[in-house]
Design a protein around this ligand. Structure first.
Ligand code: DMJ
Length: 576
């Protein structure tokens, strides 16, 4: 009996013995086919489930959008302040984050978020409502007229990182305490990129109309700056009284970057509130500059606001020139790359030809850099500020045909390597403010401070997004660690007076929270978090949603519906 039980059990187990199948190839084949079939079935089910989940979440978004449009239709007629449920049109930036599986990316992203929490809570504790925090003296300072620059600059970073409580506290301050009626001579450029840009971005992300109302308020106070004989704006304006002028040290001239870096914000504002006047003012600047645009697309940094022409001065992709070139490209992207904005792309491509004429290589290590120019002479100097250029060039490269596209992407990668070495070449591994290039010595630091600037990590972010090369994440991580080591103090983050000695200063620049930490966070986030197909970053790293551009003579009402404008003409004014 015992023997027969063991025999029947061994008969049952023989199916698990590989030798059984080796002797029976037909059964082996059948087994294999069954295995393939079952695997395919399981894989297919999973794919269908995932697809359905995706569709469901898209449908939910669509329902939210439609509910929001319905709400706005009920409130049609101006940008009236209404109690907006910030979740109605809320962009779910973290949903895409669930796709991130790489544990190193997740860990690094969390470390950057910790840095933001440290910077923000120090600001909240010691400088709430002030423009910037002085971490060493644990006090606030109003470097921009008392507009809460750090707070406004931080809104979208807090939002993107999912720091909801902090975002809500900041939102309440903007709603209840932010007052623009200040007898203060403000920089039109700084106020636009930080305050108008920060508020618009907070609006685009949260759907909270209060932010749009505030953006309109400050933009209205800046607008008289464009009332000059040429339309090139004065760079300083009194926020309470509206009288505008240029700084004395420019000899009465306007600065190129200060005059040509308001287009993204003012176009976005016009689109959102349905009033073309902001867009007209800033687009007219480009029309005026285009009338005398040189063949190499390189403009000196000073412009006469009466004649609308440039004065003899430095040509640079660094301080005072930089973001003029950046916005030519970004308005083209913001305008959906349509014929309406082709002029911007054409001007940008012309400027890129000029940029190529400034490109040189160091000896002995062959680092590629962008020199500056005065008259016909090239100056072997590059600002860290010009390290935004690799990102810009990479971003614009896909608009060329394949050969040029590759050429410009290569150039962007070479320049990024140089900028990364601005950091790696110092004892603190943080970059100085500018570099000089002497034959045989590669690069030497000129002005040796570091004020927590973002440009290099900005470019690493774009290059990682556009090439998928993880090397850029490694470089960004190394730079982040150098900030942690040298700049983190008990009450926030400070700059360095000297990148050679590591001696600290006493200022946490608002762009550290707006830009440096945001770009680092996004460097370790999936590309779908603030997708470059849907958003364009202003020069202060505030993401602005790309929406269909208005055709000539069209206005967009607050509900998004496009209508013919009453009497306004072409937004581009006298564009040629
Ligand atoms: C920021 O305010 C902006 O990025 C601007 O375009 C240049 N300077 C700072 C950061 O360095």
């Amino acid at each position: 009996m015992a023997r027969s039980r063991s025999t029947s059990s061994s008969i049952r187990w023989r199916y698990l013995n590989p030798a059984y199948y080796l002797k029976r190839p037909k059964r082996l084949a059948l087994l294999f086919i069954a295995f393939v079939f079952v695997s395919f079935f399981v894989w297919d089910r999973q794919t269908i489930v995932l697809k359905h989940e995706e569709e469901l979440s898209m449908l939910k978004e669509e329902v939210e959008r439609l509910q929001n449009e319905l709400g706005e239709l009920k409130h049609e007629g101006g940008v009236s302040v209404k109690k907006t449920n910030v979740t109605t049109k809320r962009i779910d930036v973290t949903k895409a984050g669930r796709l991130a599986a790489d544990p190193i990316e997740v860990e690094r992203r969390e470390k950057v978020k910790d840095a933001m929490i440290h910077a923000w809570s120090s600001y909240e504790k010691y400088a709430w409502g002030n423009d910037e925090l002085q971490p060493q003296s644990k006090s606030g300072v109003d470097s921009f007229g008392g507009l809460g620059a750090t707070l406004i600059d931080s809104l979208d970073t807090l939002y993107i990182m999912g720091l909801d409580e902090q975002f809500q506290r900041a939102r309440e301050w903007v709603a209840n305490s932010l007052d623009f009626n200040k007898n203060y001579d403000a920089s039109v450029f700084e106020t636009t990129i930080r305050v108008v840009g920060g508020l618009l971005s907070a609006y685009d992300l949260s759907g909270d109309n209060m932010f749009l109302e505030k953006a309109k308020d400050i933009a209205d106070r800046l607008l008289p700056a464009w009332d000059t004989p040429s339309g090139i704006p004065y760079n300083i304006i009194n926020l309470a009284h509206g009288n505008a002028h240029n700084p004395g040290w420019t000899g009465g001239d306007s600065i190129l970057a200060d005059s040509g870096t308001e287009q993204v914000e003012f176009i976005a504002l016009s689109q959102r509130i349905g009033d073309p006047k902001y867009q007209q003012k800033v687009e007219n600047v480009i029309s005026v500059l285009n009338k005398t645009f040189p063949a190499d697309g390189l403009l000196p940094i000073y412009i006469n606001p009466h004649r609308g022409t440039t004065s003899h001065s430095t040509i640079t992709f660094g301080a005072m020139g930089d973001s003029f070139y950046e916005y030519l490209l970004k308005v083209w992207i913001q305008g959906n790359k349509t014929a309406e904005v082709q002029l911007y792309r054409d001007m940008w491509e012309t400027s890129m030809k000029g940029l190529l004429s400034l490109v040189r290589k160091t000896e002995p290590s062959s680092f590629t850099y962008i020199s500056e120019k005065i008259g016909n002479s090239l100056i072997d100097k590059m600002d860290e500020l010009a390290c935004f250029a690799p990102g810009m060039i990479a971003l614009g490269s896909s608009g060329y045909g394949s050969a040029d596209s590759l050429k410009f992407l290569n150039l962007a990668e070479e320049l990024a390597w140089t900028c990364y070495n601005f950091y790696q070449s110092t004892p603190t591994k943080l970059a100085g403010e500018n570099y000089f290039f002497h034959s045989g010595q590669d690069m030497t630091v000129g002005t040796s401070w570091n004020i927590l600037r973002p440009e290099t990590v900005e470019s690493l972010f774009y290059l990682w997004r556009l090439t998928g090369n993880k090397t850029y994440q490694e470089w960004g991580w190394n730079i982040f660690q150098a900030f942690e080591k040298n700049s983190r103090v008990e009450s926030g983050y400070v700059g360095l007076k000297d990148v050679n000695t590591g001696v600290k200063d006493n200022m946490m620049q608002s762009f550290f929270l707006a830009e440096t930490l945001k770009y680092l966070y996004l460097l370790f986030s999936p590309p779908s978090v603030i997708s470059l197909d849907e958003w364009v970053f202003n020069t202060e790293a505030h993401p602005i949603k790309i929406v269909p551009r208005l055709a000539p003579g069209e206005q967009r009402k607050p509900n998004g519906i496009r209508v013919r404008a009453r009497k306004e003409g072409r937004f581009g004014g006298s564009r040629t």
